[in-house]
Design a protein around this ligand. Structure first.
Ligand SMILES: *Cc1c(COP(=O)(O)O)cnc(C)c1O
Length: 493
């Protein structure tokens, strides 16, 4: 399987797509075609374990990776999870939660970032790269910690994480700033996530930066969700959820289902689209946003317009205006028109907006629709479900719940099973979840954990409790214009 950039140019191998992260012309790597999964193959996957399913799906794209080795890597990655890596919980008739937060950092980013170190190191070996690899990450909260945890003490790899100073939750900040490992560095950036992501993208796009790093025997790579190595493992859980519904007798093989996905950078939901393109019987994908509802508007109007107020919400991993992975969907619905995709991305940069054609919008609407939750309506959804069935969810999942409930309300006759993707452990946001389910406010996160436990009786992840006593290793705050200087300082040691 070869890969092409959404902005044109030559082909790349899977290893190259993963090691480079972003194509040299600023485009995102996409597979040349979508590999099909036949109904026989799907049936054969019913009996498989999660790592076997993941290796089967990922192996369809990364054809140069040795299949047996890939399977061993998947087994090792998902052994870091507590129990089933992607369990389904039935809430009601035809309504299920897909819990993707049983990994080391309690958020869905672990689904890909526990495996990415292998995909990257192996990719570098395949390409014969001798330099050390520097993983540069811009995070809205959860990616940073998952990358640090995934890559800590990995041979020949260094990790540097930048997060928006006031744009992450206290728990997320603590998780990152107490990170152990000799090859890691964490710094806060003045500004919001988009400022942070833009500054990091500029380093990736700069030939001068690459040349400077080369002198230090270092090549850059990305663990952000634009890296195909993040996307591929995420496709697997859409398959796995479907197969679990079949083997649990909840649906018939071949029956179509819907997913609702809490969305920020459009990575998670795009993986669902890839699963559909591979032949998984997915009917609709409901894109759930928070108050930063640029995607909701785009899916309704075909205009992507970031000239708007930016809100800091209780679902910080969705506080994003520039959803990078949307570029991959635009590329598909434009008939894989790289020049047009590049033009739109340039327009976004200069005019802060672009518009797609009516035909393209219609094509997108065949699969996608969008909705959003305000701070109040997500809390109402979280409270309502907790009251009704005793299920506790985090604020990101709360946004998805609100959007799914709106869909049910407007489509009462529609009996298509719905899977709501649950992206973080509620204890990662203890104060906000406590407020949603009990109406009580507490000042301290750890007090929030205690009270939330008393209210819900849900098990508290030991890794989160342990943060209270860990020393803070990183406390620097830097200017978004000076990130590369920070990078050089870290590399020089
Ligand atoms: C990253 C994240 C999201 C958004 O996922 P995207 O792939 O960026 O759309 C939603 N919820 C949580 C908890 C996350 O960590």
């Amino acid at each position: 399987m070869k890969f092409v950039s959404t902005r044109g140019g030559g082909k790349a191998s899977g290893a190259q797509a993963i090691v480079e992260g972003l194509a040299a012309n600023g485009g995102l790597y996409v597979p040349e075609t979508f590999p099909a999964v036949s109904s026989e193959e799907l049936s054969a996957m019913l009996e498989m374990s999660y790592p076997e399913r993941a290796a089967a799906v990922i192996g369809k794209y990364l054809t140069e990776y040795d299949r047996a080795e890939l399977l061993r890597a998947c087994e090792a990655a998902y052994a870091k999870f507590e129990g089933d890596p992607a369990p389904l919980v039935r809430l009601d008739d035809g309504v299920y939660m897909l819990e993707l937060w049983h990994g080391p950092t309690c958020a869905f980013k672990d689904m890909a970032l526990t495996l990415l170190p292998y995909l990257l190191r192996k990719g570098a070996d395949i390409l014969g790269i001798k330099e050390q690899i520097l993983i540069l990450v811009a995070t809205s909260g959860d990616t940073g910690k998952a990358a640090l945890e995934g890559f800590k003490d990995a041979d020949g790899i260094k990790v540097m994480v930048f997060y928006p100073n006031d744009g992450v939750s206290k728990m997320q900040k603590l998780q990152m700033c107490t990170q152990e490992g000799d090859n890691v560095c964490v710094a806060a950036v003045r500004g919001n996530f988009d400022d942070c992501q833009t500054a990091v993208k500029e380093i990736f796009a700069s030939a001068e930066c690459a040349a400077e790093l080369k002198k230090l025997n270092t090549v850059l790579s990305s663990a952000n969700s634009i890296n195909f190595g993040r996307l591929a493992p995420q496709i697997a859980y859409y398959f796995s959820a479907y197969l679990d519904l079949v083997s649990g007798g909840q649906i018939e093989m071949g029956q179509e289902i819907d997913f609702t996905v809490p969305t920020g950078n459009f990575g998670n939901i795009l993986a669902g689209y890839y699963a559909k393109r591979m032949g998984l019987p997915v009917r609709r994908l409901h894109c759930a946003s928070n108050l930063n509802n640029v995607l909701t508007d785009f899916l309704n109007t075909g205009v992507y317009d970031i000239h708007r107020e930016f809100y800091k919400t209780t679902s910080p991993s969705m506080d994003i205006l520039i959803s990078s992975n949307l570029e991959r969907l635009l590329f598909e619905v434009s008939g894989r028109n790289a020049a047009l995709t590049a033009q739109r991305m340039a327009e976004l940069k200069t005019n802060l907006k672009y518009k797609i054609t009516a035909a393209e919008l219609e094509e997108i609407k065949k699969t996608f629709d969008g909705g959003f939750a305000s701070e109040e309506t997500s809390v109402e959804a979280m409270y309502g479900v907790f009251e009704d069935v005793g299920y506790t969810m985090d604020p990101h999942t709360g946004c998805a719940m609100k959007v799914a409930l709106d869909w049910f309300e407007k489509n009462k006759k529609d009996k298509t099973p719905m899977v709501i993707v649950s992206t973080a452990n509620p204890y990662k946001f203890p104060q906000d979840v406590l407020y949603a389910v009990t109406g009580n406010d507490v000042k301290d996160s750890f007090k929030g954990i205690k009270r939330l436990h008393a209210a819900t009786a849900m098990a508290v992840p030991k890794r989160l409790l342990a943060l209270r006593d860990k020393p803070v290793r990183f406390s620097k705050v830097c200017d978004p214009k000076k990130l590369f200087a920070e990078v050089l300082e870290f590399i020089k040691g």
